[in-house]
Each structure stands twice: as structure tokens, then as C-alpha cells.
Design a protein around this ligand. Sequence first.
Ligand code: PLP
Length: 297
Amino acid sequence: MIRPQPTSTVPSPYPTDDPILRLIGNTPVVAYPGVADGRVQCKMESANPTGSMKDRVALGILLEAVAADENLDTVVEASSGNTAGAVALVANRLGLRCHLTCPETTSPHKIGYMHAFGATVHRCPAVDSSHPDHYRATARRLAEELDAFLINQYENQGNPTVHARWTGPELWAQLDGQLTHLVCAMGTGGLMSGTARYVKDAAAEAGRSVRTVGVDAVASNIANSFYGAPPVPYETTVEGLGKNEKLSTMWFDAIDEAALHVALQVHQEDPSARIGVVICDGGDQYFDTLFADPSAD
Ligand SMILES: Cc1ncc(COP(=O)(O)O)c(C=O)c1O
């Protein structure tokens, strides 16, 4: 029986005096009640202030950027997922101006986070990534125009590094190093890559191994890229999950499998496995796009 420590004993690698930003990280681990003996343990990243593990990424990257450049006053980021709200909160608390670009299809719930924390929101047409008006191209242009710091979670190695320094050590310590499998959903791949890198290294030091399983969306191309299969037409419903291409933030060398695997499937295949699964967010961010009321217009 794995008895997780509900809170982590690992100190944050990104210490801050801010009372809100100090709430980021140290998320609880709870046993999935549907599986006996605590074999599936869930790290609840929904407990972060804006409801997802992207708060860690925003805090880690922005604290380091501010420390490196005392004149930094404006931050820009592109996000179709949870990153935008996280960046809006952290920028607000650090006293930075914040511009966020997102596809026009982004859930109103997430846009609400951006506005609530005072960010300027640029909604971009849902065009192909090669188009100059695509939200990522728009962010690059804005950052140049405003002479601002562009986070660029899709290429910034700080994204997986934050998880290698923070999320991974927390999970490993909370499960007393008893992990045999790690399961994480993938978008930029930052969460999976960084957490996987840490738990693999920690297990190797203890003379053991951890199998790391990335979860991709159905009409997405991370798993195809991982296995060298031809790409499929890209279309995902859950913002942030899945990607159309391999990004440099996806450290494939730290990942053993990438497919439609989930923790429960792994458990069925290997009932003796001790599985850690990172729950990226609470899921409520998607209700308004997944279950939109057609009579509401
Ligand atoms: C629901 C969900 N799953 C997976 C991810 C992927 O995280 P990452 O970009 O670190 O791969 C995100 C990112 O926001 C997400 O919102």
C-alpha cells in the first residue's frame, strides 16, 4: 500500500515572498479510490491558484527572467491552454504588464482568468500555424513591437526544466520513491518531459527504473511523431492537450511510450505497478467549450 504524503516536504526552487505566488506548488497527492492498495496515485495540480500546473511554469520562468533583467516590465505569451491565466496571475503579482494571444476559440472561462488579472488579451483567428495572424506569430510580433519578454512555452527549455526541478521532486518525495510508472498528458510536453527526467534519474540513483507514459489526444501528432508515424489532420477539443508537431520542449529521450494510454490501462496491464499520474487541471475550464448551450446565442 502506498501512503502518499498529502503535502510535499520539498522546498520550492522558486521561493517568493508574495502571499499568492507562495500558494503555487506543493499540490496534494491522493490515491484513486477505484483501484485497490493505492496503486494509482494522482497529483492534483488543480490545487494551484489558477487551477493548473502552468502556474509553476509561469512562476519559474518569470522569476528567472526578472532576476536576469531588471528593466523587464512587459511580458507576452501565446497560449491555447492554461498557460495564459497562469502568466496573467504571475505577471500581475510581479507588477509586470502582460499581453496574451490566444485563438478566438479559447474558452471564455480561460479568457476570464486573463482579464481578471489585468492582462491585455489579443484574440487571434483560428488559422494555420504558418499564417502571420496565428496566435503564436502574433505573440512574436507583439514582443518585438513592445520590446517585451516572450515566454514562448513551446520552445523555452525553462518549461520542462521547471517540472524537472519542482513537480518531479515533489511527486517522487510524496510517493516515497515507490513509483514504477508515471503517466502525464502532453501538450508542449513540458510537464511530461521534466517530471519524467527527474523521476527516471532519481530511480536510477536508487538502482531502479520508472516507465514514463505520455498521453496524447486522438487527432494529434505527438504520438505519431514519437513513433515516426505519418501525421494525421490535427484537431483537438481539449485546449492544451495534443500538438500538431514535435516541439523542442518535448524531451522524447525521457519518455518510453506516447499513446492513448491512461493510468488505469497501465494498471490493468500490470496490476503490480505503482502509478503516479499528474492531473493537470480540474477540467472545469472546458465545460463552456465542450458543453456549450446551442440555444444561448
Ligand atoms: C488539460 C491539459 N493537459 C495537458 C496539458 C499539457 O501540458 P504540457 O504543455 O506541459 O505538455 C495541458 C496544458 O496546459 C492541459 O491543459
